[in-house]
Design a protein around this ligand. Structure first.
Ligand SMILES: C[S@@+](CC[C@H](N)C(=O)[O-])C[C@H]1O[C@@H](n2cnc3c(N)ncnc32)[C@H](O)[C@@H]1O
Length: 278
């Protein structure tokens, strides 16, 4: 027998076993997520389930599909907002929309769309620019539960004040309240906004490309991955974009130091909107 390992090494082994089990049994692959935030979330799940160790959590999630669903929800950070980082949308309106006007049909992929706020924001912007009828937006996430919310197009009413501010900073040209109906504490968004949206499950860690797109938004997803998985996803996004296609990343994300840096040009400093080179 080798010298006993210290508790942190043991915990790392338990985490590897948990992630391996979840991958083999359920097909969700968290093995290449950034370790620090993953560890934090695993411990949140352990506490939420009233357990005492990673191994106990493994036992629970492998034998109880409901516990797995809760675990999945805890691991995938679903924080999002309408017109999140408004200047991103302003740049999209000013710099990307004129390029899109030259296409007869526009295919867009929102990868890691969470509960859909980003997709509805884009649909609003494209409607205002009179381009929406030419668009098909594929909104995907690995988590079916958040996709169900996204499909509903219903968001908490109390957030609308904040979203109105975002919308105006993003160059919105109407009254934001035109886009939803208030009912009790919910804002129900216009059905016409989701006419050209296809919601479906797609896992960036294991699934392949499923179309060729003119625009891909993959915002605030890559930050949760380790460099190996980030590289895989960059490869997938690159392969899924047509020539001169547009890639939008999150504020804390970048193509710098990836193999793909030289294959794109930045459309505007700091906004993380890139154009694939020919
Ligand atoms: C922080 S949210 C970002 C939502 C939205 N893109 C935004 O910027 O507001 C991250 C989303 O990525 C999803 N996600 C995490 N890992 C994923 C994977 N391997 N494949 C697809 N989606 C994933 C999570 O379920 C979550 O909904």
């Amino acid at each position: 027998m080798n010298t006993p390992k210290n508790s942190s090494e043991l915990e790392d082994i338990e985490i590897q076993l948990l992630l391996e089990g979840v991958y083999r049994y359920y097909g969700f692959d968290f093995r290449n997520y950034a370790p620090a935030s993953l560890k934090r979330r695993i411990w949140n799940a352990i506490r939420a389930e009233n357990l005492g160790s990673v191994s106990a959590l493994q036992e629970k999630v492998l034998h109880d599909a409901n516990a797995m669903e809760r675990f999945l929800l805890g691991l995938s950070v679903n924080v999002t907002a309408m017109f999140r980082d408004p200047t991103f949308y302003l740049t999209f309106r000013n710099k990307v929309v004129p390029l899109l006007r030259t296409y007869p049909f526009i295919r867009i992929w929102c990868a890691g769309c969470s509960t859909g706020e980003e997709v509805y924001s884009l649909a609003i912007l494209l409607q205002e620019e009179e381009l929406y009828h030419r668009c098909r937006i594929y909104a995907t996430d690995m988590n079916e539960m958040v996709l169900r919310k996204a499909k509903s197009g219903i968001f908490p009413l109390h957030l609308m004040q904040e979203y109105t501010q975002h919308y105006l900073k993003a160059g919105g040209i109407k009254s934001f309240s035109e886009y939803y109906t208030a009912a009790y504490d919910s804002a129900i968004f216009r059905a016409s906004l989701k006419e050209n949206i296809v919601f479906s499950q797609h896992n960036l860690a294991i699934d392949g490309s499923f179309n060729e797109f003119n625009v891909i938004l993959c915002r605030n997803v890559l930050i949760y991955f380790n460099p190996f998985l980030q590289e895989r996803v960059h490869n997938l996004l690159y392969d899924s974009l047509c020539r001169f296609g547009i890639l939008g990343l999150g504020r804390q994300e970048s193509l710098k130091t990836t193999l793909y840096e030289k294959h794109y040009e930045e459309l505007e400093n700091h906004e993380k909107i890139y154009r694939k080179l020919g």
